[in-house]
Design a protein around this ligand. Structure first.
Ligand code: IDP
Ligand code: MG
Length: 155
């Protein structure tokens, strides 16, 4: 089983609505390990780098305006199949279509102000982690409770 790292962003709506704690709690409670964490303001340049695949789309200008509007929190999470686990916890892009129990389904109704970003595959995760974190800013440690959360062949 692959232990992966993935990038999560708590978007401006999540931070402004004081939902950083409740959302982070869900990831931690699930068993994902925080290996990097920082607050920052996204610049238009960073937005274009992060959302490179969307820059030419009609909705991009309003997406850039939104993501640069207020601080965000960037989180690097580690765990078995962390990329897919996080995407499932987030729910689909449009909060109106996200099931209760998912982050987007529990906290919002918007397609744009949908609280969280999560890398959508291993290539995106590697690229996005390197955009937000330097190698020395990602720290993984083993804790005394690790043996209670995963079997040896899942670590
Ligand atoms: P994802 O975040 O679920 O992976 P993407 O399709 O990669 O969704 O879109 C990136 C982000 O752009 C979304 O999370 C959302 O904030 C915004 N977005 C996506 N589609 C639209 C749209 O049609 N109008 C406005 N914003 C959108
Ligand atoms: Mg995406």
């Amino acid at each position: 089983m692959a232990v992966e790292r993935t990038l999560v962003l708590l978007k401006p709506d999540a931070v402004a609505r004081r939902l950083s704690g409740p959302i982070l709690t869900r990831f931690e409670a699930r068993g994902l390990k925080i290996v990097g964490l920082k607050m920052l303001q996204v610049t238009p340049e960073l937005s274009k780098k992060h959302y490179a695949e969307h820059v030419s789309k009609p909705f991009y200008p309003q997406l850039e305006e939104f993501i640069t509007s207020a601080p965000i929190v960037a989180i690097a999470l580690e765990g078995p199949e962390a990329i897919a686990v996080v995407r499932a916890m987030m729910g689909p892009t449009n909060g109106r279509q996200a099931a209760p129990g998912t982050i987007r389904g529990d906290f919002g109704l918007s397609r744009q102000m949908n609280l969280v970003h999560g890398s959508d595959g291993p290539e995106a995760a590697a690229k996005e982690l390197s955009i937000y974190f330097g190698p020395n800013e990602l720290i993984s440690s083993c804790g005394p409770l690790d043996h209670l959360t995963l079997a040896d062949d899942e670590k």
